[in-house]
Structure formats: C-alpha cells, structure tokens
Design a protein around this ligand. Structure first.
Ligand code: SAM
Length: 185
C-alpha cells in the first residue's frame, strides 16, 4: 500500500472566466477535509495558500482543535486536525512527501491526456510505489499548469442526469473519491 496524502490548492486556480486567481480559505473545508482524510488513512492533508494572513488563519483553526479549547471539548477532532499542514506552495507539499512523490489531480471534467479510472487508480495505490499526493481545487478548479505537471488525472465523478451536471463542492468530491480509492473491500 502506498503512502497517500491530499492537498487543497487555493492558487493557482481558475475563476468563472477561466482566469488564474487565488481563492480564499473556507473554514469548513479545513474541518471536513481533515476528517475525511484521517478516516481514510491519509498521512497528511496539505492546504496551499500563498498569502501569509490566510495561512495564519488556517493555523489558528488547527491550533484551536489540536492544542486549544476545541480539542478539549470535542476530542474526536484532534487526530483529524493534527494531519493538517498549511504551506505556501504546492512544491512545499510535494517536498514533504519526497522527491519521487506522484501528483494525482482531480476535476469535474474528463478532458486531459492522462485520465485514469477509479478502479485502475485504486489498483495502483494497492501496489508498492512512491507516495501519492491527491490534488483538489477551489474556485472553479485547478489551473491547467497543475494538471500539466501531474502523473495522472482521476476520472470525474459522473452524474446520472441527462445534462450530466456534476459540479460538487470540494468537500463532497473529496469524500467520494477517497471512498472509491481507499475504502476497505
Ligand atoms: N468553492 C467550491 C466549493 O464549494 O467547494 C470549490 C469548487 S472546486 C471547482 C471543486 C473541486 O472539487 C475541484 O477542483 C475538484 O478537485 C473537485 N470536484 C468537484 N466536482 C468534481 C467531480 N465531479 N469529479 C471530480 N472532482 C470534482
């Protein structure tokens, strides 16, 4: 079984016009993604933000649950928030996992040269190999430059609707993808 971690990227991401922007950190993303990541056995959840004040905000939330009053009131949150690491760039997150770490991106779109199905990706994780960093976006999704540097892009979570609407919140998408890749058989 390979080491698996996740990263939530706030820059570079797209806006609704397809421009590169920096998204603000959403408090509930920190809670929900940490809990999902810990439940499915991930080693780390990285949150990438280039702005120091935003990283401080995220670290304050982490401290509240790991060392502060929140963790004393609801102890179940502590182990989940302990795996949260707030970093400046995606490179910092990859460096934490080692020089051979593979970046796997996610998207609601199936456009891309290296799209891999969930069963195939699940089988790859079950073998020996370098650590994998599962990459999730904010705003209107990850910038093309991030997909371009990835080892692979996971297939999208699809919809049974005739219009194929599949634009999930990053919290819902992460939980579904972790279950497809890592739930016990
Ligand atoms: N502000 C938004 C929110 O409410 O969470 C952020 C939306 S952001 C575009 C959603 C991210 O979740 C994408 O970058 C991708 O990582 C993932 N995602 C959303 N829908 C998806 C789908 N159908 N299949 C795979 N990943 C999806």
């Amino acid at each position: 079984m390979r080491r698996v971690a996740a990263v939530l990227v706030h820059h570079p991401v797209l806006d609704r016009e397809g421009e590169i922007v920096t998204a603000a950190i959403t408090n509930v993303d920190l809670h929900d993604l940490s809990r999902s990541a810990h439940t499915y056995g991930l080693s780390d959840l990285f949150v990438v933000h280039p702005i120091a004040a935003q990283r401080e905000l995220a670290n304050r939330v982490r401290s509240h649950w790991v060392e502060g009053a929140g963790g004393k009131r609801i102890p179940d949150r502590k182990p989940a928030l302990e795996i949260l690491h707030v970093v400046e760039t995606l490179e910092h997150a990859l460096a934490e996992l080692g020089s051979d770490a593979e970046l796997w991106t996610t998207s609601a779109s199936s456009e891309g040269d290296t799209v891999v199905s969930f069963p195939d990706a699940r089988a790859r994780l079950a073998t020996e190999g370098p650590p994998v960093l599962l990459c999730f976006g904010t705003g209107w999704g990850l910038a093309g430059s991030i997909h371009a540097r990835a080892a692979l892009q996971l297939e999208p979570i699809r919809s049974p609707r005739p219009d194929q609407y599949n634009h999930l919140s990053v919290r819902a998408a992460t939980a579904i993808i972790l279950d497809r890749l890592l739930a016990p058989a």
